[in-house]
Design a protein around this ligand. Structure first.
Ligand code: AP5
Length: 194
């Protein structure tokens, strides 16, 4: 099993690149943002609670997100591996993920961090907000999401760096070019299937 964390600020291209990686390497995609939005759209108790945080650009509490991840991993026990998109976002989530994977006799193999300038992030998210219908793609919430990332999520990179698992990839390029850079790193661990 090969497990990858795709790491980076809002708008850095985690979702976009995850699609390419899933197609090329046949990994199971776990996006906590997508899972939470699905809960919100079904108005489940978890979704109603999560929406309060998401609409303000704040992180949803760790225990909510960690519980969701655990059951999602169990659903795909036979997967070739997982790509974690938008998770972990705090040190507590990173430690919980390590414990969960250890329990399942596996581990995080690689963390690829997308490095994108703040001006480009804002431009992309405002652009997407014109059509996405996402309540958090407005200018004021984008500012809060980036601030939340800098204070709570960016420090998680050093957790993985200390374990020798972190590689940073320049993500300002067009989608295909960035994908080539990501692939170069993944190919050291896993052969493409497509
Ligand atoms: P989440 O859904 O994870 O959002 P995010 O991290 O803010 O990421 P985005 O989906 O906005 O950006 P992305 O990096 O995936 O970029 P994308 O490919 O979409 O989280 C939303 C909220 O849920 C959080 O704020 C929080 O409240 C909650 N949450 C989620 N996970 C949580 C967790 N683990 N713990 C606690 N709370 C959690 O691209 C963005 C745009 O740019 C698109 O329009 C795309 O077409 C375009 N684009 C992509 N790449 C390029 C490129 N190379 N060139 C030009 N345009 C590009």
């Amino acid at each position: 099993m090969f497990n990858l964390v795709l790491f980076g600020p809002p708008g850095s291209g985690k979702g976009t690149q995850s699609e390419n990686i899933v197609k090329t390497y046949n990994l199971e995609h776990i996006s906590t943002g997508d899972l939470l939005r699905s809960e919100v759209s079904r108005a489940t108790p978890l979704g109603v609670e999560a929406q309060k945080y998401m609409d303000q650009g704040l992180l949803v509490p760790d225990e909510v997100v960690i519980g969701m991840i655990s059951s999602k991993i169990d659903e795909s026990a036979d997967a070739r591996g997982f790509i974690f998109d938008g998770f972990p976002r705090t040190r507590a989530q990173a430690e919980a993920l390590d414990k969960l994977l250890e329990f399942k006799n596996t581990k995080i193999d690689l963390v690829l961090a997308l490095d994108v300038s703040e001006a480009e992030l804002t431009k992309r998210l405002i652009g997407r907000g014109l059509t996405s219908g996402r309540s958090d793609d407005t200018e004021d919430v984008i500012v809060k999401r980036i601030k939340e990332y800098r204070s709570k999520t960016e420090p998680v990179a050093s957790y993985y760096d200390a374990h020798g698992k972190l590689e940073t990839v320049q993500g300002n390029h067009p989608v295909e070019e960035t994908f080539k850079l990501l692939s170069k790193n993944i190919n050291k661990y896993l052969l493409p299937v497509a």
